[in-house]
Design a binder for this molecule. Structure first.
Ligand code: ADP
Ligand code: MG
Length: 454
């Protein structure tokens, strides 16, 4: 048996014992580079994989190897060493590291025009920990038993914790399994609303309805934004029933459980509650570290253990921020050409830390926003609808929502007795914009920095 055959056989066994994601993340690009007197040397692509395999999977690997080759005594992991394909015992060859260019996205993905799915969200790159494993398992169950097992499948959890990733993974996996047999549609509830409004306006409601009723898997993201929109809820209810009655799969995400969505019609709530409800909670430290390590590897990058620990310790409640922080560090290392130390990391992270120890009040937010835009706090509250006031007002609403988790009516009240739907509209709009608009992100980070360092 060649080294390669031995490793393939061992991997086959290892794969059965750990999750697919972990397997792909930690075992891809590994191989046996030599075997001497029962000591097996495994080549791994980088330091993270080395550490992870040594600490987490050493026993498992040893057992798998011993099952096939009983005289295996120990394993050693070595970075960057790869054998030639034809030999087991050649001198070690270093694998060239791939370089990533500054300012370039690491990987570009195109959103599918028909399904609206982004292919980057898969089960394979969804890291599993105790905080999300039930949701992930249920999501996989949905794909295997489309329309039959968990219908509707309702998933809820806080911002940036992987809801969109998971429900899109359901879509992408269904595409993979069923090819063109199933009609799939991913849509945010806001988009659903605006499409409906447009069809009403153009007198094409029937087409709108028919379109949705052809779908085999309908994925609706952020359904909490249907709250308060009666006409949309009405239409959604009928679409829902039509699909449900013909055993079509419906997948829904929300930032809170159905019960807690104010002004969601009772009949919709009870529909949602009739299926499977799963939540994603906050990732524990281990999971945060695992996510960071996986993402660093994806980017072919290296960060010190100290820096990774620092990130995992300081960003606790939001995986998107964790990723954002990582990207910033990568970029700043690329720009400076040297590795960042903890002090620099702390500086780079100011403003994006989602769990600052300091408590702030809505007044602090209003003051910081007013100062930033050079207006008075009273102008944030009064009824003037000038553009240069409306925009800062919306930012203030957004920050109160994000940082204080205040309710929409509370925010409306504090900002001059405005209606909660106005607040909802502002928050929705900014949540969407922040995702894609980098200068807005920076603006908001600066205001936050200001808020927390007052
Ligand atoms: P939500 O919809 O809950 O606000 P997202 O699904 O948009 O959150 O996740 C935010 C970011 O974090 C995305 O880039 C996503 O790929 C990433 N992410 C979230 N959870 C995981 C996970 N378990 N493993 C890997 N990446 C994750
Ligand atoms: Mg989302």
């Amino acid at each position: 048996m060649t080294n390669q055959e031995l490793w393939q056989a061992a991997l086959g066994e290892i794969e059965l014992n750990i999750s697919k994601t972990n397997f792909i993340t930690w075992f891809k690009s590994t191989e046996i580079v030599k075997i001497k007197d029962g000591a097996v040397t495994v080549g791994v692509p980088n330091g993270f994989a080395k550490e992870w395999l040594e600490n987490k999977y050493n026993k498992l690997i040893l057992k798998a190897l011993r099952n096939i080759s009983p005289d295996t005594k120990e394993i050693e992991f070595i970075i960057g060493a790869f054998s030639s394909p034809d030999s087991g015992d050649r001198p070690l060859k270093l694998k060239k590291k791939e370089t990533v260019l500054v300012g370039q996205p690491f990987q570009e993905f195109e959103i599918n025009k028909e399904t609206h799915l982004n292919p980057k969200y898969t089960f394979d790159n969804f890291i599993v920990g105790s905080f999300n494993e039930l949701a992930r398992a249920a999501a996989q169950g949905v794909v295997k038993n489309l329309g039959a097992l968990y219908n509707p499948f309702f998933i809820y959890g806080g911002v940036g914790l992987g809801k969109t990733h998971l429900i899109q993974a359901i879509g992408n996996e269904t595409v993979r399994l069923y090819k063109n047999e199933k009609k799939i549609c991913y849509i945010s509830s806001e988009k659903f609303t605006s499409e409906l409004v447009e069809s009403l306006y153009k007198g094409q409601v029937e087409e709108f309805k028919n379109n949705y009723r052809q779908i085999d898997l309908l994925i609706i993201d952020d359904v909490q934004f249907l709250a308060g929109k009666e006409k949309t809820q009405e239409e959604f209810f009928h679409t829902f029933n039509a699909l449900y009655q013909s055993n079509k799969q419906i997948v829904i995400s929300s930032d809170r459980p159905p019960k807690a969505i104010a002004t969601l019609e009772e009949r919709l709530k009870s529909r949602f509650e009739g299926g499977m409800i799963a939540d994603i909670s906050f990732p524990d430290f281990e999971s945060r570290l695992a996510i960071l390590k996986a993402k660093v590897m994806e980017k072919n990058f290296q960060l010190s253990e100290e820096v990774l620990n620092y990130l995992a310790n300081n960003i606790q409640k939001n995986i998107r921020e964790l990723e954002g922080a990582l990207n910033r560090l990568v970029i700043s290392e690329k720009l400076s050409g040297s590795s960042v130390d903890i002090d620099q990391v702390a500086k780079i992270l100011t403003g994006i830390n989602s769990s600052p120890s300091k408590k702030i009040s809505f007044k602090t937010i209003l003051q910081a926003v007013a100062e930033f835009y050079d207006i008075n706090t009273s102008q944030l509250i009064n009824r003037c609808r000038k553009k240069e006031l409306v925009y800062p007002r919306q930012i203030a609403m957004f920050l109160m929502r994000e940082e204080l988790k205040s309710s929409f009516p509370f925010i409306g009240e504090k900002l001059g007795g405005r209606d909660h739907t106005t607040v909802m509209y502002a928050c929705e709009k900014l949540i969407r914009e922040v995702e894609t608009n980098e200068s807005l992100q920076q603006e908001i980070n600066l205001i936050k920095e200001h808020m927390y360092n007052r």
